[in-house]
Design a protein around this ligand. Structure first.
Ligand code: HEM
Ligand code: HEM
Length: 271
């Protein structure tokens, strides 16, 4: 661990050993996505008698994944603090410093995604979105036509299929990397998986929170709606903006969920 601690860094360091990190929205998104992606790969890559028409199951799992991703992109802009892209996508310089500290086993613990993880999440979300969107235009030329296949010229559909096949491999590599990173962090003493179930992250023995993760009212140990002004200021001064209230977040989540569900239902109706 770095031994020198400046006063300003200490001021921005979150307090408490256990911190709220993943909202219910993120946890539902994550495990729903895992179920859909596993089903998508199972139906296309594994010989099984489980499904009479694997393409139909595949397309439906893909459409639900698309709905979840639409929600997640919206939530990355207007969601809670740790969900917002501005809080987890850090500069290459910060990412490099974090990678060096990690190799030396002296990296601080980030409440949300760490800088390396942030880039990996961006890559996964982008690859998943490309996969789900290209799937909308493809056909297997035998049993199945995707919902938007007839709306585009054959060349576009062929290109979409080509990207769908190519990106499937990239996606698989990213997932393997994702699971490998979780194992590596566990080996380094940081348990990340539990937090994706419980929503709370616990500081390992002897570690400390990264200074940029200033505490916000929503993450305080009490988790109450009381919003001390100095916390709002700290959060704003860390460049993350003021955390919206709980009811504002619920309204935003409901609107995003409504929009994504509407898109999925419309596409589902065209299958
Ligand atoms: C199909 C397989 C998977 C996919 C596509 C996937 C995708 C993702 C994505 C997109 C995120 C970012 C979450 C967000 O900010 O919205 C994430 C984070 C995470 N995933 Fe997965 N995931 C998969 C499997 C798993 C599995 C099997 C586990 C647990 C054993 C897991 C544990 C986690 C954890 C702990 C995080 C948070 C990492 C952190 O603290 O930075 N994932 N995953
Ligand atoms: C995130 C969501 C998705 C994932 C992870 C996914 C994954 C895959 C994979 C791994 C393959 C096999 C590729 C190969 O063998 O090289 C495949 C093929 C296919 N996918 Fe998807 N897919 C998704 C979304 C969709 C959607 C939304 C549709 C249609 C509504 C769709 C329709 C198809 C079809 C028809 C094929 C077979 C193409 C052929 O016969 O060559 N997929 N997909």
């Amino acid at each position: 661990m770095p031994s020198v601690e400046s006063t300003s860094a200490a001021e921005h360091r979150p307090s408490g050993r256990s911190r709220r990190v993943w909202s219910l929205a993120i946890r539902v998104f994550h495990w729903g996505l895992v179920a859909c992606v596993v089903t998508s790969f199972l139906t296309m890559k594994v010989e099984t008698d489980l499904f009479d028409f694997p393409q139909n199951v595949h397309a439906r799992a893909g459409l639900i994944a698309l709905g979840l991703l639409l929600f997640r992109w919206g939530w990355a802009l207007i969601g809670d603090r740790h969900a917002r892209i501005g809080s987890w996508l850090r500069s290459p310089a910060v990412t490099l410093t974090y990678a060096r500290d990690l190799l030396k086993r002296r990296a601080d613990i980030f409440v949300g995604h760490n800088p390396l993880g942030g880039w990996a999440v961006l890559a996964m979300l982008t690859s998943l979105t490309i996969q789900a969107l290209t799937g909308l235009f493809v056909t297997d030329d035998i049993f199945f036509e995707a919902p938007l296949h007839t709306l585009v010229p054959g060349a576009v559909s062929d290109a979409a299929l080509w990207i769908h096949h190519l990106n499937a491999n990239l996606l698989l590599a990213l997932i393997v990397l994702h699971l490998g990173a979780l194992v590596a962090h566990r080996w380094l003493g940081e348990r990340l998986v539990g937090a994706m179930f419980s929503g709370r992250k616990t500081l390992p023995q002897g570690a400390r929170w990264a200074e940029t993760d200033a505490e916000t009212p929503h993450e305080s140990e009490q988790g109450s709606e009381r919003e001390p002004d100095q916390m709002k200021e700290r959060s704003a001064s860390a460049g993350k903006g003021v955390e919206p209230g709980r009811s504002a977040l619920m309204v935003r989540a409901a609107l995003l969920a409504l929009f994504s569900t509407g898109c999925v239902l419309w596409l589902w109706g065209r299958l």
